[in-house]
Structures are given as structure tokens and as C-alpha cells.
Design a protein around this ligand. Structure first.
Ligand code: NDP
Length: 442
């Protein structure tokens, strides 16, 4: 009885359902899977790359679905499972610093191994060995079986989400903590199986020391994205005998973005995804399918439709990528350095306001220009990669549109969180820094 009371106070029933509850969850699942599907059948070497705006295009897409046996490919499912297992194995075996996450509602802190970057470098080295031993063949296989691999990742991410949903009903987080109830996400305990499966019921599902949310967040999907990009560049070379400057303008910044994310792996421990959100279908699918399948679209398009930019345009796009990356990186680093130590020489000249919540908010430097200038830099960086694909099709601009929506929604969630946390101090902060994204504009 005492145990039941503990569980209920630790895991209150979720009253407010995000995404408009069950209808929203079903819509998000249907639409996102359909987008992966539609974008593939509307943008490939045979179909060209056109938005499906006519009946004939939709007929083609529906006709393709009847050929599902060609896409449900056992080899792709096996290779996908091997990829995931390979990275899980590196998670355990590569020696690394182990850091503590933020304090949880039960007063505990979980430990996380920071070996994402070393896992990436070992994987990169292994890929190089594979190339030396076998030539481009394995990479061409990956490029040629992009869609089969995407289907395999949907099967894998959905099975994983189902597993963590069912796993969240165990009595305690592990055998060592038999008196401790499993900690659920505050948003994932509505009692509706479909909604909880979608949003994520358990906060930090772990198998032994493998933290599934943390592992999925930056490894199989992000590194899979790099692997796909490299494979598409190799495919372009195999098809046309060159790698176009547009391809370099896409894959170099994207691979650098992945490396940057892995370099700052420990920062992920303080993000909403890790601190607040449960691990369910939304994150599982987002990490394993959406990121690699949709973010590699520009390189995939260029692999069959190379675009050559004049030196002037290429330099302009590269400058845009570099400039926006600097905004993104310098603003994030400034806040991180300030939060770590406000007396650090790099930030001690900055102005800030103190709050009743105890933390300080910067009101000068990058954070004095706009409340989310880091999002602006991030978005422009992504836009530069879309521009690198030229202007023959709007389909390769999908990322810019989607990312804009994501960042606006994220900004809204973050502002709600800060308003709740800082109350009148947040109003004071907004008066000092009135712009959200672009100084003097919005
Ligand atoms: P931010 O790094 O913008 O952090 C927001 C938090 O910072 C606030 O909740 C508040 O937390 C603190 N804060 C806000 N204003 C100030 C200030 N003036 N001074 C000091 N602290 C402040 O949020 P995200 O985690 O959303 O984004 C991190 C990066 O990741 C961004 O650059 C974003 O573009 C990128 N990103 C990329 C994605 C992708 O798919 N590529 C997806 C999502 C994000 P506190 O409670 O501690 O005060």
C-alpha cells in the first residue's frame, strides 16, 4: 500500500495532453510516416523530383505502395539491426568520462557515458577500412537501398517504442532498485495506451546501463545520416564520374553539424528531450527514421541530379553556412560558459539579471540581441544546405520549412517553461530583450 502511494505521488496522472491528445498523436504518426514515403516516391531517379500536385503523381505513389514486397527487405532489416547493435556495443566498450545527468524528481541523478564522438570516430575508421577492402560497393548498396533501410528503421523504431511502452509497466527501474517505482514522464502517464505509447511513458528507460533515450538521441540516427550522406556522394561519383560542388556544400556542413553535436554530447543531458520528455514513438521515430531519412534528402537528390554552382554562388552559400554556424555555435557556447561559470573571462563582461528562481539571465552579448538567436543561426545554416541544391524543385527545401515549424514550436514551449519558472522576472527579461529571433524585426 505504501509503495502504491509512493508511485502515485511520484507519477501523477497526466491531465493535459499535448498535440491535441489521441487525434493529434494519430495524425502526427500518420503524417510523418507518409512524408517519408511520399518524399521518396516523388523524388527519386525514375520519378524526378516534383511535389505530387497532380492526380497522376498520386496514382504513381499509390501504385508504388502495392509493390511493398520490394521495400520490406529482410537484408535491410538485418543490416539496420546490426548497425544499431554495433553502436550499442561501442556505447559499452569505449572507455570514456561518465557524467551525471540533472537531478530527477526522485532526487537521483543518472550516469551517462560520454563516448558519442569516439564511437563516431571508430565507426568512421571502420567505414574507411571497409572502403579500402571492398571499394565503393557497400556504400552504393546503402544509397541504392535507401528506402528499404528507411522502412527497416520505421519497423525498428516502432518496435522499440512498443517495447519501452510495455517495459514501463515493470515494478521497479531495475532489480537493484526493487523499492523504487519506475519514473514516468509527467506528460506520458495519461492512461490512454495510444497516447502514452506515442508521447513516451517512461522518462529514462534503461536496459542495464544502456540508457535508450540518450543512446538513440545522438547515435544510430545522427551517425546514420552521415553514412547516408557519404554514400550519396559516392553514388553521385559512380553515376557521373565527379562529386559536384553542390554536394560538397551539402555534406561538409551536415557532417560538421553532426560532429559538433557529438562534441557537445553532454549538453544533450540538459535539453527538454532528456530532462522532460518520455521516450516513446515520437522520439524513437524522430531519432531513428526522421533524422537520417529526411535530413539526407539534399544529398540523395544531388546523387541523381547534380547541380553545379558558379564559384561566386558557391562562395556565397559557403559564407552563409559559415556565418550562420558561427551565430549558432557562439551563442550556444556563450550561454553554456556563462551558466558554468559567470566569472569566466570570456563572459564576465556580460550583463545579466538575477531572478528569484536563483539562476541568472543574460541580457547582453548574443542573448541580448534576441531571446533565441541560436535558433536563427541554426535555421539559416539548414537553409544554406537547401540553397545548395539549386532551384529546380521545392522538394529539397522541405528541411527549411519543417525546421522553421519545429523551432517556432520549440520556442513556444521554451517560453512557456521560462514564463512559468521565472514569472515576473521573465517579463522583466522580455522587456530588456524584446525580440525572439531577429534583432529589431521579430
Ligand atoms: P536553448 O539552448 O535555447 O536553451 C533554452 C534555455 O536556456 C531556457 O529554457 C533557459 O533555461 C535558458 N535561457 C534562456 N534565456 C537565457 C538567457 N538570456 N541567459 C541564460 N540562460 C537562458 O534551447 P534548446 O535546447 O531548445 O536548443 C539548443 C540548440 O539545439 C539550439 O541551437 C537549437 O537550434 C538546437 N536544436 C536543434 C535541433 C535539430 O533537430 N537540429 C532540434 C532542437 C534544437 P533555464 O531554465 O536554465 O534558465
Amino acid at each position: 500500500m505504501a509503495r502504491k502511494r509512493d508511485t502515485q505521488s511520484l507519477n501523477p496522472v497526466t491531465v493535459h495532453r499535448e498535440f491535441f491528445g489521441v487525434p493529434g498523436a494519430v495524425t502526427v504518426m500518420t503524417v510523418t510516416v507518409s512524408v517519408v514515403y511520399i518524399w521518396y516516391f516523388s523524388c527519386n531517379p525514375e520519378a524526378g523530383c516534383q511535389l505530387p500536385l497532380t492526380g497522376a503523381r498520386w496514382k504513381h505513389i499509390f501504385a508504388a505502395s502495392t509493390n511493398y514486397r520490394a521495400y520490406l527487405f529482410l537484408d535491410a532489416i538485418i543490416y539496420y539491426a546490426l548497425w544499431w547493435s554495433w553502436l550499442a556495443m561501442l556505447y559499452f566498450v569505449i572507455p570514456c568520462p561518465v557524467v551525471q545527468g540533472v537531478e530527477l524528481r526522485n532526487g537521483r541523478r543518472l550516469q551517462y557515458p560520454i563516448n558519442g564522438l569516439s564511437s563516431f570516430l571508430v565507426t568512421l575508421g571502420t567505414a574507411l577500412l571497409v572502403y579500402v577492402a571492398n571499394g565503393p560497393k557497400p556504400f552504393l548498396w546503402i544509397a541504392d537501398h535507401y528506402f528499404q533501410l528507411a522502412v527497416a528503421s520505421v519497423i525498428f523504431s516502432t518496435s522499440q517504442a512498443l517495447f519501452v511502452y510495455l517495459y514501463s509497466f515493470r515494478k521497479s527501474p531495475s532489480q537493484n532498485d526493487s523499492n523504487e517505482p519506475v519514473m514516468l514522464a509527467l506528460a506520458g502517464n495519461s492512461g490512454n495506451p495510444l497516447y502514452d505509447f506515442f508521447i513516451g511513458r517512461e522518462l529514462n528507460p534503461r536496459i542495464g546501463s544502456l540508457d535508450l533515450k540518450f543512446f538513440n538521441e545522438l547515435r544510430p540516427g545522427i551517425m546514420g545520416w552521415v553514412l547516408l550522406n557519404v554514400s550519396f556522394a559516392i553514388k553521385q561519383h559512380a553515376r557521373f564520374g565527379f562529386v559536384s560542388n553542390s554536394m560538397w556544400l551539402v555534406i561538409v556542413p551536415q557532417i560538421w553539424y553532426c560532429i559538433d553535436t557529438l562534441l557537445f554530447e553532454r549538453k544533450v543531458l540538459t535539453t527538454m528531450d532528456i530532462v522532460t520528455d518520455g521516450f516513446g514513438w515520437m522520439l524513437s521515430f524522430g531519432d531513428l527514421t526522421w533524422v537520417p531519412a529526411m535530413y539526407s534528402l539534399q544529398a540523395r537528390y544531388l546523387s541523381f541530379n547534380p547541380v553545379h554552382h558558379s564559384t561566386f554562388l558557391a562562395v556565397l552559400i559557403a559564407a552563409m553556412a559559415l556565418g550562420s554556424f558561427l551565430v549558432f555555435r557562439l551563442s550556444n557556447s556563450e550561454k553554456n560558459a556563462f551558466r558554468r561559470n559567470p566569472n569566466d573571462p570570456s563572459v564576465k563582461h556580460l550583463e545579466y539579471i538575477t531572478t528569484e528562481a536563483g539562476t541568472k539571465l543574460l541580457v547582453s552579448g548574443w542573448w541580448g540581441m534576441a531571446r533565441h538567436i541560436n535558433y536563427t543561426g541554426d535555421w539559416l545554416y539548414g537553409l544554406a544546405q537547401c540553397l545548395a541544391t539549386g532551384f529546380n524543385t521545392p522538394m529539397t527545401y522541405f528541411f527549411a520549412v519543417y525546421f522553421l515549424v519545429l523551432l517556432i514550436h520549440r520556442n513556444y514551449r521554451d517560453e512557456c517553461k521560462c514564463r512559468e519558472k521565472y514569472k515576473k522576472d521573465w517579463t522583466r527579461y522580455c522587456e530588456r530583450v524584446p525580440y525572439m529571433f531577429i534583432p529589431h524585426i521579430i
